[in-house]
Write a protein that binds this ligand. Structure first.
Ligand SMILES: [Zn+2]
Length: 164
């Protein structure tokens, strides 16, 4: 949660959202994921319904304001805490950007019939990388020059914890 708090520094648009993060057991291929609490309301004229004048009922969904980010619990095996923090924060960047881009609505099953939006376009990945470097800069940590280098580094960490 402390690392998430730090990470939110570069996501000012999410200041009013309730976001939690925790470790969770998941496939070794996955680094993390995010769930949104989407509230569904039934919108109709109750009087018209009772009087038999209208049976028109619409489902409406409010924009989610509560989110839970899950981080692959295998990463707890990374013994060096400063190193683990970098890995976890890079994953948090990815999930926070999904929240900021409001991708969760399209990700959720309920919304499968709505507009199909590509969620991992190249710009998305580049933006994750940019925010991660922004956070590092704020913390006085050297920036990473290329996204590719970060990807390789994360891949190596995942490989090192996979069979432990
Ligand atoms: Zn994603």
């Amino acid at each position: 949660m402390e690392w998430l708090h730090d990470a939110r520094d570069v996501f000012p648009l999410l200041d009013k959202k309730a976001i939690t993060s925790e470790y969770k057991k998941m496939s070794p291929k996955k680094l993390g994921c995010v769930h949104a609490k989407i509230e569904q309301r039934l919108d109709f004229d109750h009087e018209a319904l009772l009087l038999g004048e209208s049976s028109n009922i619409r489902k409406t969904r409010a924009k989610p304001s509560e989110f839970r980010i899950f981080i692959n619990s295998s990463l707890q095996k990374v013994g060096n805490i400063a190193l683990r923090k970098q890995v976890v924060q890079s994953i948090l960047m990815h999930e926070l950007l999904h929240i900021e881009a409001e991708d969760l609505l399209t990700l959720s099953k309920e919304y499968s019939r709505r507009k199909k939006k590509k969620i991992h376009v190249k710009d998305f990945e580049n933006e994750v990388f940019r925010r991660f470097n922004m956070l590092r800069e704020k913390k006085g940590i050297l920036q990473i020059e290329k996204k590719e280098h970060l990807d390789i580094a994360l891949g190596r960490i995942m490989n090192s914890v996979r069979w432990k």
